[in-house]
Design a protein around this ligand. Structure first.
Ligand code: 4NP
Length: 246
């Protein structure tokens, strides 16, 4: 699904969102502010009930992090953030696949791995059961809870992987607005990469949104992610030999 944009002024620029129930026909339920984590309180809907919450402003669900570093440059974990639209299908799967790979190589202490969405509609929800089941069949556990991307992510993460080009555009748009609110590294936009740019065995340029499709869509997502994660990890290790080999 592509995010739908209105032609309203920026502060009223709203996004349409769909039901969390995959079995329901897509229907427009509620208008959500774009990147509403910037606005406090933020209003989001789960189970059709509107609730208010306050953004913590910190990446609260990083799945792995190293213990206290002795010298930061030497032992700071390399941090990777995967981002899609809802953070219930593709990016949590990418988080699971990459985490599994890092564990298999015994590199847990060297990495901080997380995922986020460009909307907060599913905030606090587990990943889609179809995505979790497909990953589980490949021996990969997806445990993360959905959260929206936040301003500090541009400071806290070394690389931000967008699942498709719309995700990348939305992430960059957020960066271009947020950098005027708080100081952010001027070149943080360079951290944003397309996930499929790391694929070696597949020609696809985007990880397609599987939400409204059949089971084969979830398998395709995992095929692409397994390919991309393998060479993403290799390239991080090659480019950060000095800090990650120690
Ligand atoms: P994701 O998939 O971006 O891979 O998590 C989607 C999840 C939810 C919706 C669309 C795509 N939605 O319309 O609610």
């Amino acid at each position: 699904m592509k995010a739908l944009h209105s032609g309203l002024p920026t502060h009223l620029n709203l996004r349409l969102c769909h039901s969390t129930q995959p079995s329901l026909k897509p229907q427009i339920l509620v208008l959500l502010p774009r990147f509403p984590s910037l606005q406090t309180p933020t209003f989001h809907s789960t189970s059709l009930k509107l609730t208010a919450s306050f953004s913590s402003g910190s990446a609260s669900k990083a799945s792995m992090a190293a213990s206290a570093p002795s010298t930061e440059a030497e032992t700071k974990p390399f941090s990777v953030l995967f981002v899609c639209l809802g953070n219930i299908c593709r990016s949590p799967a990418a988080e699971g696949v990459f985490t599994d790979l890092v564990k298999k190589r015994g590199l847990e202490s060297k990495f901080k791995i997380d995922s986020a969405g460009t909307i907060n509609y599913h905030e606090g929800n587990q990943a889609d059961p179809r995505m979790r089941a497909a990953a589980k069949r490949r021996g990969i556990e997806i445990t993360s809870l959905s959260r929206p991307i936040k301003l500090p992510d541009f400071r806290d993460f070394d690389v931000i992987l967008a699942m498709d080009k719309q995700n990348r555009a939305d992430i960059l748009e957020a960066f271009n607005r947020w950098k005027f609110r708080e100081p952010l590294p001027e070149d943080a936009y360079k951290k944003v990469k397309l996930m499929c740019s790391y694929c070696k065995k597949h020609d696809e340029t985007e990880v397609p949104d599987p939400y409204y499709g059949g089971p084969q869509g979830f398998e395709k997502v995992l095929d692409l992610l397994e390919d991309a994660c393998e060479s993403l990890l290799d390239s991080i290790l090659a480019e950060n030999k000095h800090t990650l080999d120690s």
